[in-house]
Write a new protein. Structure first.
Length: 189
């Protein structure tokens, strides 16, 4: 009798598990919807006027809001440049850099460090369109003009701090942000 009772319980358990698995497999998850990028027009430091997002159709674009005084921006820039090299051809990737809250010389900074980003000076109005209030701000806009990544949505990580100064925290944070950005770009391939 005990054997029969055990056999019945095992059979019911297997049946319950297979039903739960079947329900999970047939569950339809709706696709995620993305916000469209606002439209704007601005002339870069080379004199080229960009009418965004129309000028970026068919390309993936990283919008990078930064300042020369920002230690997090400075630490993130090498990662952005390597992302440009890694994904440039596959995604037709372009990086547009927007200097905001600036008191330095952003064009000189980009040139001295051999960064190939398109530069827009005094771009506070563009930052307002995306509700970017501080630096760094990073957004990925896909080929359809949809915002697919926002640095503000990346969860913070806990790590043993190297120190209390911002530049010390930036040393640890920037590689993590770069990896999260790469993950989002991998989804667009």
């Amino acid at each position: 009798m005990k054997k029969l009772l055990c056999l019945i319980l095992v059979s019911l358990s297997i049946l319950a598990c297979s039903k739960a698995t079947l329900e999970n497999e047939t569950k339809v998850i709706p696709p995620k919807t993305y916000t469209l990028s606002p439209s704007w027009s601005l002339t870069d430091t080379s004199g080229v006027t960009h009418n965004f997002p129309e000028s970026a159709k068919g390309k993936t674009t990283i919008l990078f809001f930064w300042a020369t005084w920002c230690p997090y921006c400075k630490r993130l820039m090498p990662h952005l440049q390597s992302i440009q090299y890694q994904y440039g051809d596959d995604l037709q990737l372009e990086i547009l850099s927007f200097s905001i809250h600036e008191d330095g010389k952003p064009a000189e900074y980009l040139k001295e460090n051999a960064y190939s980003f398109t530069l827009f000076n005094e771009a506070e109005e563009i930052a307002k369109l995306y509700d970017i209030k501080g630096t760094p701000g990073v957004l990925v806009i896909d080929e359809k003009g949809q915002i697919r990544f926002d640095l503000r949505d990346v969860p913070s990580i806990k790590m043993k701090p190297l120190g209390k100064k911002h530049w010390q925290k930036a040393i640890q944070t920037a590689p993590y942000w770069g990896s999260e950005l790469r993950k989002s770009l991998d989804k667009l391939k």
